[in-house]
Design a protein around this ligand. Structure first.
Ligand SMILES: [Zn+2]
Length: 103
């Protein structure tokens, strides 16, 4: 049975007067050809950041930053500053070489 006719019955509307060629997939199965998905888009992989020796000054700046954020935003919270930025992430960020451009 035509999908539009079923919906018209359910919602107590007048019977649709749409041409069968443009009505629904049951009236015209070729309408499915208009809705077929395209081929999947291949995902691009993100390049890994270049790593070097961790810079002590960067690591200390990250520790200070997370402590300042904890103190400013969550002074009464039970968690430690490490919950905002853990030591491992600080170490990884400190090991990334100099950033040459904003991009
Ligand atoms: Zn139909």
């Amino acid at each position: 049975m035509c999908r539009c006719a079923v919906q018209a019955t359910i919602f107590r509307n007048k019977t649709p007067t749409v041409d069968a060629l443009e009505c629904c997939d049951l009236c015209n199965p070729r309408l499915f050809d208009c809705t077929r998905p395209s081929k999947p888009i291949a995902a691009t992989r993100q390049q890994a950041a270049k790593k070097g020796l961790p810079a002590d000054s960067v690591r200390e700046s990250l520790y200070s930053w997370r402590q300042a954020i904890k103190k400013e935003k969550y002074p009464r919270a039970m968690f430690s500053p490490q919950a905002i930025l853990d030591d491992e992430t600080c170490e990884q960020l400190a090991a990334i070489g100099p950033v040459r451009s904003q991009e």
